[in-house]
Write a protein that binds this ligand. Structure first.
Ligand SMILES: [Zn+2]
Length: 224
């Protein structure tokens, strides 16, 4: 029901920079267990939240329109990124966002980029997941979106697609991801990949334009 409403609301969307269900497998490296342990330890702490700041009400409204959710919590990651979420965010999720953005900024600096390479430049919305498993059964919290330019492509699930993340504002450095309960490395990957579109927008507009629409091919990472 909810997904139906959301699909209708999104039917009018035209060009979206969204990143389709990806990555999961790359999360399982030799350090996965250690990361999981550290993540569990961090969960003991409760994240400090505040009321969602509405000074940029246009951005919040856009996030609510695209996701069909209401965002009630706002927090800051240890690295300084702003997180606006439907539920109280997990400390491990905030740590993963910091890690993903940190990796991205390091790669971007190697390419000589300098714009928007601070955690505090970014706003990450955490929406409710519209599914938690992909078609192969793997844990993959994703957001359903109107198919737009993906209509008729292999990603089209009958008028909508599942995205791991969506860029909300390149200018405002904002993107939305789905709520996770585990697999924190996946959040780090999605943050790195969504952020990648935004970093390219501010540092290499040509490459941004070439890579913003995955329905025309291409995937992440774009910057190696
Ligand atoms: Zn992407």
């Amino acid at each position: 029901m909810r997904t139906n409403l959301r699909r209708t609301a999104r039917a009018a969307l035209t060009l979206l920079t969204l990143c389709l269900a990806l990555v999961a497998a790359s999360a399982a490296g030799p350090t996965a267990t250690a990361q999981r342990r550290r993540g569990e330890a961090r969960q003991a702490a409760r994240v400090e939240t505040r009321q969602v700041g509405r000074t940029d009400s246009g951005l919040v409204a856009r996030a609510e329109q695209y996701s069909g959710d209401r965002f009630n919590f706002e927090a800051t990651t240890p690295g300084g990124a702003r997180v606006v979420s439907v539920g109280r965010p997990n400390p491990a999720a905030l740590g993963a966002i910091d890690r993903g953005l940190g990796e991205l900024f390091a790669v971007a600096r190697r390419h000589g980029y300098g714009a928007r390479l601070n955690h505090s430049d970014y706003t990450i919305f955490i929406a409710r997941a519209d599914r938690t498993r992909d078609s192969a059964g793997a844990y993959s919290p994703d957001i359903a979106l109107g198919a737009a330019q993906y209509a008729g492509s292999v990603y089209d699930q009958g008028g909508y697609v599942y995205a791991a993340g969506l860029v909300l504002s390149t200018q405002g450095c904002a993107f939305v991801i789905a709520e996770h309960e585990r697999s924190w490395q996946r959040i780090a990957n999605v943050a790195r990949y969504e952020g990648e579109h935004i970093v390219l927008y501010h540092n290499d507009r040509r490459l941004y334009s070439k890579t913003a629409d995955h329905s025309r091919g291409g995937s992440h990472p774009i910057l190696q």
